[in-house]
Design a protein around this ligand. Structure first.
Ligand code: ADP
Ligand code: MG
Length: 153
């Protein structure tokens, strides 16, 4: 695991941009952390490096579960906050995105239960203070171990 402390939202977005440059289609990133911890800010940084059209900004998909942004490759931005515990994630057809031609970022990924890809990068955001956050990167699988190494070169 690798950890970073950011002192403001710009640092979190910059970290997202650095990761964005290393991604390739089919990558799966689970984002974990409380409301306001910085998950969406991080994805905004990713979107910038994927050259997503700034006129379609990345926001928390409050009512939609998924927002699709077209950059250098598709960016699938999920927010499962509203996914009920008894709703079956398997029925929502996520697999076609997760194993598809874009990169997937899933806020509240723990709600995926059994639909969570076994190989993934998990990024956990924790509040340390008003603007201070700890961001932990944990890899499952060789692809993501390599990704972390390259992110922290
Ligand atoms: P989440 O998607 O985790 O609910 P957001 O990214 O939407 O959270 O919001 C994070 C909030 O915290 C924003 O209002 C942002 O301005 C603020 N913030 C303060 N410090 C940081 C930081 N270091 N990193 C990210 N966001 C921060
Ligand atoms: Mg969010």
């Amino acid at each position: 695991m690798q950890s970073v402390i950011t002192r403001n939202e710009d640092e979190t977005m910059a970290l997202g941009s650095r990761l964005g440059c290393l991604l390739k289609p089919g990558d799966f990133i689970a984002l974990v952390g409380d409301l306001g911890a910085g998950k969406t800010r991080f994805v905004q940084g990713v979107a910038a490096s994927l050259e997503v059209d700034p006129s379609e900004p990345v926001t928390s998909p409050t009512y939609a579960i998924l927002h699709i942004h077209n950059g250098n490759c598709p960016l699938y931005h999920f927010d499962l906050y509203r996914l009920g515990g008894d709703e079956d994630a398997a029925e929502l057809g996520f697999a076609e995105y997760f194993y598809g031609d874009g990169v997937s970022f899933v806020e509240w990924a723990d709600r995926l239960a059994g639909e969570m890809p076994a190989e993934r990068l998990t990024i956990t955001f924790a509040h340390l203070g008003e603007e201070k956050r700890r961001i932990d990167f944990t890899a499952a699988g060789e692809r993501y171990e390599e990704l972390i190494v390259n992110l922290f070169l």
